[in-house]
Design a protein around this ligand. Structure first.
Ligand code: DGL
Length: 272
């Protein structure tokens, strides 16, 4: 009966390849506490960061159909890899607002940089897609320069709770030293997991401003919902968050504590 529910009272859909998108969900909870959230983590098929565009497009489409069936009013692609590849397709093929993580991150970086030299780090797929470069050019024009690095070990480090310590610092230095040499003054954390490494990254990149896209995304979601008259009524109490995963809900629940303070309800879902 979801079609009977007023549009603005419907939940926001958020999806990611796995658990990392909870960094975006966390920022959404903070910025828009009254909104209900339906989160989908594709734990059966994670990681997306080393897969091809056609595969990620197919996964994104299946998740989108799942969320639309749940009656969401808007969808946030919390995953940088899925945003890099599938955002235009999803926007063109579905009626509801679809918000990705790239443009909010770029806008924030533009507002922070003084030298115009911006770094972007992400998965291999995100970096190789060139999506951040394209959006920067479109949004800011030619006065900005972008330097990128993929950091494939960051995701497993975070998921194995190694967000600090000697090994992590070494890995961070290995990936980020080339960007340091490019004299960037702003660095976009272009992957769901990287905000969890903020401390170590800032230790290595002293004086460089870090852009946590998850905060920028929450602001963008609020703007989009407001412009479409889709914000939940003010008299509503705290919205609930429900998580669906394509595999191993118990593992998701355990690791979700790393990303979120609140306990979440996690269910297994089958995609069609
Ligand atoms: N969620 C992915 C991203 O933000 C990282 C994990 C993965 O590779 O699937 O790019």
């Amino acid at each position: 009966m979801w079609h009977m529910i007023q549009l603005n009272k419907r939940p926001i859909g958020v999806f990611d390849s796995g658990v990392g998108g909870l960094t975006v969900a966390r920022s959404l909870r903070k910025a828009l506490p009254r909104e209900k959230i339906i989160y989908f983590g594709d734990t059966a098929r994670v990681p997306y960061g080393n897969k091809s565009k056609s595969t990620i497009d197919r996964f994104s489409r299946e998740i989108m159909d799942f969320l639309v069936e749940k009656g969401v009013k808007a969808v946030v692609i919390a995953c940088n890899t899925a945003s890099s590849f599938s955002l235009p397709f999803l926007r063109n093929n579905y009626e509801l607002p679809v918000i990705g993580v790239i443009s909010p991150g770029i806008k924030k970086a533009i507002s922070l940089t003084k030298s115009g030299r911006i770094g972007i780090i992400g998965t291999e797929a995100t970096v190789n897609s060139g999506a951040y470069h394209r959006v920067l050019k479109r949004t800011g024009g030619k006065q900005y320069r972008m330097f990128s690095a993929s950091c494939p070990l960051f995701v497993p480090l975070v998921e194995n709770r190694m967000t600090s310590g000697e090994i992590t610092l070494r890995v961070v230095e290995k990936y980020l030293t080339p960007l340091k040499q490019k004299r960037i003054d702003t660095l976009i954390l272009g992957c769901t997991h990287y905000p969890m490494l903020k401390k170590v990254i800032s230790e290595c990149m002293k004086g460089v401003k870090l852009v946590d896209s998850s905060e920028a995304v929450a602001e963008e979601v609020r703007d989009v919902l407001a412009s479409e008259d889709l914000i939940v009524p003010r008299n509503h109490k705290t919205g609930k968050m429900t998580c669906y995963v394509s595999d191993a809900p118990d593992n998701f629940k355990k690791i979700s504590g790393l990303f979120l303070k609140e306990k979440v309800d996690v269910k297994k879902a089958v995609l069609r």
